[in-house]
Design a protein around this ligand. Structure first.
Ligand SMILES: O=c1[nH]cnc2c1ncn2[C@@H]1O[C@H](CO)[C@@H](O)[C@H]1O
Length: 323
């Protein structure tokens, strides 16, 4: 991968989370990007714990220079009944390891304020990689409608395009977490690349890969092997794969090197009620409908359709082992 003269600035909106931890570490070992901040959100854990884990992970990485801005504790419609995936990541979000509390503190700004500030500071230059429900991104758009054009790109891990979801047959977890926010983001006009589980379910870290990580002396590889047990156990039980899905690392690498995925373009709307709440429906523009639909006159987004899974797994492994 050719390294650009000026690394791409990225902000990771995250709910750490075991695969989030992996993605953050991969980003910190990627010379193509400069991580200028982490913003936190509920999803794999509640927001307060996401902030604690984000600060902790930066301390593990020796990168306490990176600011952490705390995000929303409720959905965009002020919903407090959140669906938290602690059964995937452990009660602490990091494989039930009881890590000591971090020394560092979150900054005074909210996630949405930080996102708007940075997008205004570097117009068109900041990539936001959203690894959890999209509440903070929707709040940034509410706070400053010009955020849609000032942000460089939003690469989001979310959606199940033409495949079953992972919360239920209709919905993927991040979109299900705040479908109203997701619909705001998808129709905002920002440059969006959605990486859904139709793509990330092809990116599998096997038991053998994990053994290789274990046998390496990489600092991040060693740390992750400690926390990966819970994530592997969940996958062994819930799916019949011999390994774990690398959702968040795939999304981060799609942001780092867009040539690792191919995408199609169209209009995405999100179902916000009923039994298909959280369903993402892409209109591929192949038919010109005679009638006005809920997809008419909405901006298009990019939706990943294929992925170079072996290249992603190799990059994840190499960067974690070389740390
Ligand atoms: O079965 C699941 N239920 C809920 N969340 C999950 C599940 N599997 C993975 N994730 C989490 O949700 C995002 C991908 O949808 C990933 O961040 C992953 O950690």
């Amino acid at each position: 991968m050719a390294i650009p003269a000026e690394p791409k600035k990225i902000i990771i909106d995250t709910d750490p989370g075991i695969d989030d931890a992996m993605a953050i570490f991969v980003a910190l070992r990627s010379p193509e990007v400069e991580v200028i901040g982490l913003t936190t959100i509920y999803g794999n854990v509640y927001t307060t714990l996401a902030t604690r884990n984000a600060l902790h992970l930066l301390e593990v990485a020796g990168r306490t220079d990176i600011p952490v801005a705390e995000g929303s504790h409720v959905t965009i419609t002020k919903g407090t009944k959140l669906r938290i995936a602690d059964f995937v990541h452990g009660a602490d979000g990091l494989g039930n390891q009881n890590f000591p509390p971090p020394q560092g503190k979150k900054i005074d700004k909210s996630a949405a304020e930080f996102l708007v500030e940075q997008a205004n500071l570097y117009p068109g230059k900041v990539t936001v990689v959203a690894l959890g429900p999209l509440t903070n991104i929707a709040l940034a758009l509410e706070l400053d409608p010009s955020f849609a054009k000032n942000v460089g790109q939003v690469v989001l891990l979310g959606g199940a395009f033409a495949v079953n979801g992972n919360v239920n047959p209709a919905a993927e977890a991040n979109i299900f977490g705040d479908p109203d926010a997701a619909d705001i983001v998808f129709t905002s006009g920002a440059d969006i690349l959605a990486v859904g589980i139709n793509v990330t379910h092809q990116v599998v870290l096997t038991d053998a890969d994990r053994e290789k990580l274990e046998n390496s002396s990489g600092k991040f590889a060693q740390y992750l092997c400690k926390i990966l047990n819970v994530y592997f156990a969940y996958h062994h039980e819930a799916y019949s794969t011999k390994g774990v899905y690398l959702h968040d690392p795939a999304a981060i690498l799609a942001a780092i090197n867009p040539s690792l995925v191919t995408y199609t373009e169209g209009v995405v709307r999100v179902q916000i009620t009923g039994i298909t709440r959280g369903l993402t429906v892409l209109y591929n523009k192949q038919k010109r409908f005679g009638e006005v639909t809920e997809w008419s006159d909405k901006p298009t987004v990019k939706v990943a359709v294929t992925v170079d899974a072996p290249a992603i797994v190799k990059l994840v492994m190499d960067r974690l082992m070389d740390s």
